[in-house]
Write a protein that binds this ligand. Structure first.
Ligand code: ATP
Ligand code: MG
Length: 346
């Protein structure tokens, strides 16, 4: 496996119109290796688009080191441009042109054989609408046309900023299938998104950014496992008595109006056994396994666990050397919030 994108210590400060500065990226790190479908997640205004724009040379970073296929970016990006397809700013197409004509012109401009046009139209599922004007396309079709344009040169790396934005569930599903197909064909994909359930379905790796810093990175399953607090939801008739019994058995119990949550459970059978022995019959014992959304909320300071605290610092990712097999590849350290700017992300 080789490194496709490496970003370390990326900083970007924007000057405000009314004076003052806004730190958009505060020492951000990212590592994408070949063959990954890498989800790039973060709340609004956390710095995702700025990161991708800096990587592609669309905005100048203050400091930090970036490489794409081992070449320093953005300075030596032209050397590898033929291997990279990116949609970061949503592309504007001429409404009067058909999808096919649009792609033909882009192919000619990019020095790509026009024979590629039919292939990419097929790939994104636009072949049967290719001869209609772009202005008649739905948002989802325009997104697919944009992806088709990025695929013309058969990139090894595809960078997509919020490709599911504005799509309906069917459109999102199509985008997901497309990304899966590309990954199966060996394309490395870096995709930013807000739609966490989607990311969980398609991505094998994830990096979460909050306030310009990486707060977690690693394989999706390992990240999720790292946030598994061994919690179980228990439904039983006499909640108060059940809580007492479980507490007496040494378990940590949190009461809710119609159920209990038992925490740090090593052996879930102990729950039913403890209650059953006292004649309390358990209706439900369900493991509360974390999903990306709960991890995201916990890490980005919007969930109940971390209310009032913010993720602060991340270490460089361990690339698997000397790491215990069972230990997640997450890099996280929760600390006191830097509340300097007092800003609420837009
Ligand atoms: N050209 C700019 N001038 C001033 N501030 C900017 C500029 N571009 C971005 N910012 C600020 O930098 C921060 C990060 O913005 P960015 O667009 O990278 O966030 P994002 O993670 O892509 O958000 P979203 O999920 O809403 O797309 C925000 O506070 C934003 O207001
Ligand atoms: Mg953005």
């Amino acid at each position: 496996m080789s490194t496709v994108i490496e970003i370390s210590g990326l900083r970007k400060t924007f000057r405000r119109l009314r004076g003052g500065a806004h730190v958009a990226l505060d020492g951000f790190d990212l590592l994408v290796e070949s063959g990954q479908i890498h989800g790039f997640l973060g709340p609004n205004g956390s710095g995702k688009t700025t990161t991708l724009r800096a990587l592609l040379g669309l905005v100048r970073a203050d400091s930090g080191r970036m490489t794409v296929f081992g070449e320093p970016a953005p300075e030596r990006l032209p050397q590898v441009a033929g291997r990279v397809g990116a949609i970061v700013e949503s592309p504007q197409f001429f409404g009067n042109f058909t999808g096919r004509r649009t792609l033909r012109l882009l192919a000619v401009a990019g020095g790509v054989p026009t024979s590629r046009v039919d292939a990419v139209l097929e790939q994104v599922g636009l072949a049967d609408r290719a001869d209609e004007r772009v202005r008649s396309y739905s948002l989802g079709m325009k997104q697919r046309l944009a992806v088709a344009s990025a695929l013309l040169k058969e990139p090894e790396l595809l960078i997509l900023d919020e490709p599911a934005n504005g799509l309906d569930p069917a459109g999102i599903r199509e985008m997901r299938d497309l990304m899966r197909d590309l990954a199966a064909a060996g394309v490395t994909v870096l995709v930013s998104s807000h739609i966490l359930a989607e990311i969980q379905l398609i991505c094998d790796h994830v990096t979460i950014i909050s306030r310009g810093r990486r707060v977690v990175a690693g394989r999706v399953d390992e990240v999720l496992a790292g946030f598994d607090h061994g919690e179980y939801r228990v439904r039983v008739a006499e909640l108060d008595r059940a809580a007492e019994l479980l507490g007496a058995a040494g378990l940590t119990v949190v009461g809710h109006p119609d159920h209990l949550v038992v925490q740090q459970v090593a052996d879930p059978t102990a729950i039913a056994r403890t209650l059953g022995e006292q004649g309390l019959w358990v209706r439900e014992v369900t493991p509360l396994t974390p999903d990306l959304e709960s991890v995201f909320l916990e890490l980005t300071g919007t969930g109940h666990r971390s209310a009032g605290t913010g993720p602060e610092h991340t270490a460089p990712p361990d690339r698997g050397t000397g790491r215990d097999a069972g230990e997640p590849e997450r890099v996280i350290e929760l600390g006191p919030t830097a509340t300097g700017s007092g800003e609420v992300p837009a």
